[in-house]
Design a protein around this ligand. Structure first.
Ligand code: COI
Length: 364
């Protein structure tokens, strides 16, 4: 599909974005991509100055949360070029999310063209290391209708944001965060939507995330609803552990989001000769493993979070369980962080072919 471009909006001066001074999520680039699904087809694909949408108050997304999204990043490369990290994975997950939420398919070619076109248009917003450009594709149901059924009309849009560390204070190295273990609120359940990237999965975490923030925690660890209370994932990213030198993470199922960074980190661990075990600890096993020193590291990993160390878990009772020495990210966390970052910024060989170059863009 042809994308119409109106790039008359003033660009920022290239090089003006200081990656150490960006608060995640607040600064948007100048343009956005938008297309509408009407009469059974995507139409009017365009890249133009970012502007507010006008939505009918009866739009289905506003009432029944028919809404999905993705998150990926573009990285400045040593030769001045720009590369996306595994965008085809996001394209495929967007399709899986759309199918689960009864929304129309976005072909991989349209998904990628939208992102490549937008990143080229706003290349001046791509911060250099340690920053990156965070890319947020999304789809919402726009038909005005107050009845519970799928919309006939949708909007697919992409915005981009110059980004640095997701967790404040983690701007160099892997960083470290405190995490509240949610014993009373679950995020997902078998047969639900935990394995797709739909907005409601995030909305239901907000109440406990606010409580966590008040207790000094940057994330929440969710458990499944079985009596064993097995570890699933964090509110906005996957979770991994280091036990006796092996990397351990819950296996994918219908309650866990198949993270692109999760998949990449598991591959890098294998490349480093680290044994990988897909196993979901029960809460009791996690507590005992941390207290006995068998579990030495815990890791939050995702597009926004990259690879961040977890330094302490907090139970709802107020009990705190330190991870390792609770002072700094552990050696496995740091090695995985450095390895992933090295590939993303083009310093290390991309032996799995994870980078997709954005043609025709050169940062001075
Ligand atoms: C991402 O990492 O891209 C996400 O969508 C998670 C969110 C916490 C920003």
């Amino acid at each position: 599909m042809q994308i119409i471009k109106d790039l008359s909006a003033d660009p920022v001066a290239a090089g003006r974005i200081d990656p150490t001074k960006i608060a995640f999520g607040k600064t948007f680039s100048r343009h956005s991509f938008v297309a509408e699904f009407q009469d059974g087809a995507w139409q009017s694909a365009r890249i133009a100055a970012i502007e507010p949408f006008s939505l009918h108050p009866g739009a289905l997304v506003l009432h029944y949360a028919q809404s999905i999204f993705e998150g990926l990043k573009a990285f400045a490369q040593p030769d001045g070029g720009v590369a996306l990290f595994r965008p085809e994975r996001n394209a495929r997950r967007f399709q899986a999310s759309a199918a689960r939420m009864a929304m129309p398919r976005v072909d991989e070619s349209l998904f990628l063209d939208a992102i490549l076109g937008l990143v080229s248009a706003d290349y001046a917003y791509i911060p250099r290391f340690p920053g990156s450009l965070y890319i947020r594709p999304a789809m919402i149901a726009t038909q005005p209708y107050i009845g519970v059924r799928s919309s006939t009309d949708f909007k697919f849009f992409v915005v981009t944001l110059p980004a640095a560390a997701y967790f404040p204070g983690s701007d160099s190295g892997a960083g470290a965060v405190d995490v509240l273990i949610s014993e009373s609120v679950v995020r997902a359940f078998p047969g639900g939507t935990g394995n797709v990237k739909t907005a409601a999965n995030y909305a239901i975490t907000l109440q406990v995330t606010s409580k966590a923030a008040a207790a000094g925690c940057g994330q929440v660890l969710f458990l499944d609803s079985s009596p064993a209370r097995r570890v699933e994932e964090l509110g906005g990213m996957n979770v991994l552990f280091v036990e006796n030198g092996s990397l351990v993470t819950p296996p994918l199922n219908d309650t866990i989001l198949p993270g692109v960074i999760r998949d990449s980190v598991l591959q890098l661990a294998k490349d480093q000769g680290l044994p990988v075990r897909e196993y979901a600890y029960t809460l009791k096993e996690l507590q005992e493993g941390l207290q006995s020193g068998k579990i030495t590291e815990a890791i939050a990993c995702g597009t926004a979070a990259v690879v961040t160390g977890i330094r302490r878990f907090h139970l709802e009772s107020g009990v705190t369980i330190p991870v390792g020495d609770a002072a700094r990210p552990g050696p496995v966390t740091s090695a995985l962080f450095e390895h992933l970052q090295g590939i993303q910024y083009g310093w290390l060989p991309d032996k799995h072919g994870w980078l997709m170059r954005v043609d025709g863009v050169h940062l001075d």
